[in-house]
Design a protein around this ligand. Structure first.
Ligand code: T3D
Length: 259
């Protein structure tokens, strides 16, 4: 059985982490297959949205701790972060199409931060997010120290990282850590409907929106205004913009092509 299921769904792709007996923790095989699948989805222009989820009762328990040598001198952990988690998170954030995460159960350590790095996160009500790092004497990785303060503010980020306190899905929604908590039985349908809707939207505009939002907390307003103007200049020349305008004038639904 493959550790990663890849399903084409018309103009979007679903990736399911598939090591349910380990709560989909990342061993070397899953790391390699998942990073390749993310890079392949990014490079394929026929894929206009990506949905990530997990098989079984967990979403992802982060690094497979059984695979971490107890006498490790730190070199392999550093290498894992540099060669897997960092490129993975960078690939998701820079992917020029929306990435949706359906958190079907517990998301811990790098598994939690993988979810939070996605553009839109929907979680089952039974799911929870755990910054598990400090409980095993580590510090956040997979972008956690960057994402969390931006999403929920410094006070909450500091506490959940230092204490390793699980954040239930409903609390995560109330804090703005995720987009939405839904009934467990509805998660798959809700997430797939989101992927379908996003894949039919103007992909280039969504890609540039990601770029703009990623710089919004670090850029000065004047610089961000310039970036917005530059982006609108590019968008105005896209076929999807012309289609959006035409559809509005003709009082019909637009048929965006992602170009
Ligand atoms: O190389 C590096 O280390 C650097 C990278 C670090 C990135 C990181 O992600 S560090 C953080 C690693 N993750 C964790 O510390 C989480 C460890 N897991 C847990 O704390 C708990 O399992 C959960 C809170 C996530 C879930 O608890 P619960 O009670 O629902 O399930 P469980 O019984 O603990 O787990 C079910 C099985 O999955 C169990 O195996 P068993 O007893 O049925 O044979 C458990 O050992 C296994 N499992 C859970 N998490 C991991 C794991 N096996 C390997 N690695 C895991 N991370």
């Amino acid at each position: 059985m493959s550790v990663l299921t890849i399903e084409g769904r018309g103009n979007w792709r679903k990736l399911t982490l598939n090591r349910p007996d380990r709560l989909n923790a990342f061993d070397d095989e899953l790391k390699s297959e998942f990073l390749s699948a993310i890079q392949a989805a990014a490079a394929d222009s026929s894929v206009r949205a990506v949905l990530i989820t997990g098989a079984g009762r967990g979403f992802c328990a982060g690094q497979d701790l059984a695979a971490v040598a107890v006498d490790d001198d730190g070199a392999s952990i550093g290498a894992t972060v540099a060669h897997f988690y960092n490129p993975l998170i960078a690939a998701i954030r820079s992917m020029e199409k929306p990435v949706i995460c359906a958190v079907n159960g517990v998301a811990a350590g790098a598994g939690a931060n993988l979810a939070l790095a996605c553009d839109i996160v929907v979680a089952a009500r039974s799911a929870k997010f755990i910054q598990a790092f400090s409980s095993i004497g580590l510090t956040p990785d997979a972008g956690g120290s960057w994402l969390l303060p931006r999403l929920i503010g410094d006070a909450r980020a500091r506490a959940i990282i230092m204490l390793g306190t699980p954040v239930p899905a409903e609390q995560a929604e109330a804090w703005g850590l995720i987009w939405k908590a839904v009934e467990d039985a509805q998660l798959e349908a809700e997430a797939e409907a989101l992927a379908t809707a996003l894949a039919d939207r103007p992909t280039k505009a969504l890609a540039n929106t990601k770029k703009l939002l990623d710089t919004s907390f670090s850029a000065a307003l004047a610089d961000q205004l310039e970036r917005e103007a530059e982006s609108q200049g590019h968008m105005a020349r896209t076929a999807d913009h012309k289609e959006g305008l035409a559809a509005f004038m003709e009082k019909r639904q637009p048929g965006f092509k992602g170009v």
